[in-house]
Every structure is written in C-alpha cells, then in structure tokens.
Design a protein. Structure first.
Length: 572
C-alpha cells in the first residue's frame, strides 16, 4: 500500500539535518520533490553562486539563508533573493566586508516579515545602517550587530566621536533601531565599544518584549545601566556581559537581581565576582537554568557552593578557570547538579580523572563535558564506575597526562559519545584511539590533531557515522588513509594539514571511496603535488572546499573553473 505524501513528510521530518535528505532525493522523483519542499535552510558560499537561481526555485519553502565564506556581490544576491517569493524568516550576512545596504533595502521591500537578522562582524557598520534595518524590517525579533569590523585604520587609543569617525554605532543608532522594532526580543550589542547606558535605556523603554541582551566588551556601559535594564525589562530572561566588578561591584547592581524575576540565563564572563554578589543572585530566587562564570576571579568555593545549593535545577554551568576547584570540592558540588546537561571545567588545573567519573556518576543527564587543560589522567580510576549513556560530547584537548587507559575507560563509561576532542593530548597513542572507535560506534566527529603519540591510524573496521576527522600533524601513511576511505563512508570533512607522510596515492584513496566528502585540508602536506587538485574536483562532485598544499595559488581562471564545478579552492 502506497503511503500518502503527508506520511512521508512526517517520516522525513525526523531527520536531524537536511544533509540526510540528499540520499533520499536520489531514490525516486517523489522523494526528491518531498525533500525539496521540506528543506528550510540554505547556506550560500562562492561555489553556490552559479547555481543559486536554480536552488531558489528548487527549494520553495526556505525560511533561513546563511552566507558563509562568501566574497561575491552581496547586494546583487540579496536582490535575487528578494524576487524569489520565499517565506524568508531568518537572514545571516555576518562576516562581510561592508554592510549590504542596497540589497537589504530591496529585500525589505519584498520580505518585510523577516524576524531574524545577523549582521555580526560586518565592516563599517554605522548608525544610519541600523535605522535602515528598522525601516526595512519592522517585524524583526532577533538582531545581532555584535563586534563590527571597524577596519585596519581604527586605533582604540585614538580620540573618537561620530563626526571624526562616522563608521561606528552609537546610542543614536540604537535609539533609531529600538524605536521601530517594537517586537524585538533578542539583541546582541557586544563589541560596539562606544554605546553607553543610554542605549540600554532606549531598548528598555521601547522594546517591551526584550528577553535577551548581549553587551560583552561594551566599555562605556556601566553597572548602573545594566541594573536599570534588569529592573525595568520585565521580560528579560538572558543577559550576557563581561568585565563586571572593575574596580568594585555597585550596590545597585547587586540589588537589581531581585527585580529580574524572569532571568533564566546569566553570563558574567571575565569579571571580578565576589561571594557577596553570588549571594545576592542566590537570594533573588531566579528561574535560573544557565550560569556562566568563565574566567571570573575573586569568588571562592563558599560562594559557588551557596549559589548552586539554591539553583539545583541548573542545566548549563560554565566554571572555566576556577582554579580553586579540586576533586574533593567538585564532588561536593555534584550533589546539586543532578539536572545538568552541560558543564565546562576547562582550565581548572587541579581537577583529575576523579572529577570526570564523579560527574558521569552523579549527573545522569549530562550531555557535554568540557575538561580541557586540566589534569585528566593523573588520578586512579574510582572503584565504582557507572555507565552514562546520555553523554554525547567529550572535550579533553591539551591534557598532557591523558593516556590510553584513561581514554578507554572514558569510552566505556560514555559508550554513546558522538564528539571526541583530544587535540594536543601527547600521552594518547593510536591504540587508545582505535579502542575508543571500536566501542563508540556513534562517533560523528573525532579531533586528534597534534597528538604526538598517534604515529598512524589504521582503521580496518566500519565507522558508519564518522563525518569529521581532524588529524592535523599526524604521521598518517597512504595505506592508513586508504583504509580510512574504505571504513568511513560518510566522511565529509577531513583535515590532514601537516601530515608529511601523505602523498597523492593516499589522497586518491580517500577521494575515490568517500562519496560524501565536502571539505579537505592538505596545507603543509609537502609530499602531495598541487596538480592533484584538478583531479579531486573532477573526480568527487561533492567537494565544496579544498585547501591545497602550500605554494599553490589558483589563478583567476582556475578559481572560476573550480567554482563552476561547485568547489572553492583556497590559497595553499
């Protein structure tokens, strides 16, 4: 009995990412049509440009468009998109050299229902651009204008005002934006150095639905301005800031937490945080589920113990750089962390393997554990080992004491990990890595770059889910590389930078076997001839980005040739 189209749509909707639509679209024309209509996101890069008109027709229900590694005429492309009739809701034009004013105006004339716009790290952003954003897209709910690129001519020591340096954002631009975006819920102002408390006042008074605000590295925003925002923005759920507490914590700032009744996420990174401030947050009885104190100083175990005892429903905790923590104190804290799904303890140099195993035992909901630059591998394994099937990501980079036995035990305790990062862990060998791969068949991303003990990596068994392999600087041979190609049928990203034993033979072995390969980095692979790049592009149509061996600089004609085949070849 043939299933109706609605049933197939429901089934395909369970797939995690639209990249899984590609094999389905090859089954039959019907599946091709269904997956085309289900796709919601399109990423535009240089290789995409030539086929863009066809893609806009092929995927009629796109709601999100993202520009990545794009160096073409952005205004022209936005003009094309404006004529497409797409139900566009989200647009990401971040990391561009200049603000695409003309293109956004044309887009706004056709697609006023845009709700999300990302203009982060964009060149020469200024007040008039913000005013145009508000005029073009009055229904925006999420705006990111963080860290604008002021250009190489800007000096932070120079005396600046809006007349002498017009390409910057000031309070005037934020007022213009806030006065038109009445539905604004989230805004990231981080890195806009010259906005002041007045910008926060404008947002608080005009944007009554404001629930999230980012103000990292905004030098002229004071604790008083932040306090006023927390007191007057009744819907504020998330606030991200840094540099608080220099030279001291303002009393109004501490008291303001009692008024932020809806605050769920608090980020105070790189700040001087006293136990007294943590006590104020604890006494405020907020619905807090995310707390970030990354690289904060001055607080002690007593302060964080009190805070966590009050917020035992936290799901996200970042204590990076809290050097006072040791295995015993972390064991005490895990009593309050039963609901945690993410924890970052990187740069806590006193923590050993004992803390890792205590976390996996006492925090049953943990999904991600970050313990980079700690002392993993030093402590003996505890006698009570509890398997935690919920853990998906382990980030253990730069742990010099981490060894094969420890990583094997971590894999035993966390059998369902999908991401493992042991970059720069010199004590690990290929024996430990192969043991992990054999016991953790769900691994999608493996990062083993610069692991000096890994001399080679001969994978002679199937890894059906591995998509990303970061193997920079290893002694991988052609034979091992060919085995990787045979064993990892879904490999899409392969980084071999600095793998000096690799030659064209090994590269051919991977390219021929890995039909899903999209990105490959061969920089500093000195025994690979640059001539192989043309063969790679013609032999593997799935390739989208290649970094060739050093010394290779594609000519304009070569670059255009590669782009016509859908692949961006970068400078080696």
């Amino acid at each position: 009995m043939e299933l109706p189209e609605e049933c197939w749509e429901s089934i395909f909707s369970f797939l995690e990412h639209h990249r899984y639509f590609e094999p389905l679209s090859l089954v039959c024309n019907r599946f091709l049509s269904i997956t085309n209509h289900l796709r919601r996101t399109l990423t535009i890069t240089d290789p995409t440009l030539e086929s863009l008109p066809r893609l806009l027709l092929r995927f009629p229900n796109l709601t999100t468009i993202v520009f990545r590694d794009f160096h073409g005429n952005l205004d022209s492309v936005l003009s094309q998109i404006s004529q497409s009739g797409l139900p566009l809701k989200s647009l990401d034009v971040s990391n561009q050299k200049s603000f695409p004013l003309l293109g956004l105006k044309q887009l706004g004339s056709k697609m006023k229902n845009l709700t999300e716009l990302n203009c982060s790290n964009i060149g020469s952003l200024k007040d008039s651009d913000l005013i145009e954003i508000g005029n073009c897209f009055p229904f925006l709910e999420v705006v990111d204008i963080s860290y604008p690129d002021l250009g190489s001519g800007f000096s932070p020591n120079r005396s600046v005002d809006s007349k002498s340096f017009p390409s910057l954002v000031t309070d005037y631009g934020i007022l213009g934006l806030a006065s038109t975006l009445r539905r604004l819920r989230k805004i990231d102002l981080s890195g806009n150095t010259f906005i002041t408390d007045q910008a926060l006042v404008s947002l608080s008074l005009n944007c009554l639905f404001l629930s999230e605000i980012g103000i990292r590295d905004c030098d002229f925003i004071t604790q008083n301005g932040i306090a006023l925002t927390m007191c007057t923005s009744g819907n504020l759920k998330s606030i991200f800031m840094n540099g608080i507490g220099i030279p001291s914590i303002d009393v109004c700032f501490k008291d303001s937490f009692a008024y932020a009744r809806s605050l769920c996420e608090l980020d105070l990174s790189n700040s001087f945080i006293s136990d007294e401030l943590l006590c104020s947050v604890a006494e405020a009885c907020l619905p807090l589920h995310k707390l970030v104190l990354s690289r904060c100083v001055c607080f002690t175990f007593d302060g964080i113990y009190l805070l966590l005892s009050k917020y035992q429903f936290l799901t996200y905790l970042d204590l990076e750089g809290a050097n006072f923590l040791n295995d015993e104190s972390m064991l005490e804290l895990t009593k309050f962390l039963a609901n945690l799904t993410f924890i970052n303890l990187s740069l806590c140099s006193k923590l050993t393997s004992s803390t890792f195993f205590n976390l996996t035992r006492n925090c049953p909901l943990l999904s991600t554990i970050n313990m980079e630059r700690t002392n993993l591998g030093v402590e003996e394994f505890p006698t009570e080992i509890v398997v935690n099937p919920r853990v998906k990501s382990l980030h253990f980079a730069w742990n010099n004491s981490l060894n094969d036995e420890c990583i094997k035990m971590a894999a035993h305790v966390c059998p369902n990990i999908e991401v493992l990062d042991v970059t720069y862990c010199s004590g690990i060998t290929e024996e430990g890595i192969l043991a992990v791969l054999k016991s953790c068949l769900q691994i999608r991303c493996l990062e083993i770059s610069r692991c000096e003990g890994v001399k080679n990596l001969e994978i002679d068994f199937e890894l059906p889910k591995l998509e990303v392999l970061e193997a920079e600087g290893l002694g991988i041979t052609d034979e091992a590389l060919t085995l990787i190609g045979k064993s990892c049928c879904r490999l899409s990203h392969l980084n071999l930078e600095g793998c000096l034993n690799v030659t064209a033979r090994g590269v051919e072995g991977v390219v021929v076997k890995c039909k899903a390969l999209k990105e490959m980095n061969l920089r500093w692979c000195n025994n690979v001839s640059v001539d192989i790049v043309v063969w790679m592009v013609l032999s593997r149509p799935s390739l989208r980005k290649i970094t060739p061996p050093c010394g290779s600089v594609p000519t304009v004609n070569q670059r255009e040739f590669f782009l016509r085949h859908g692949c961006l070849v970068r400078k080696g």
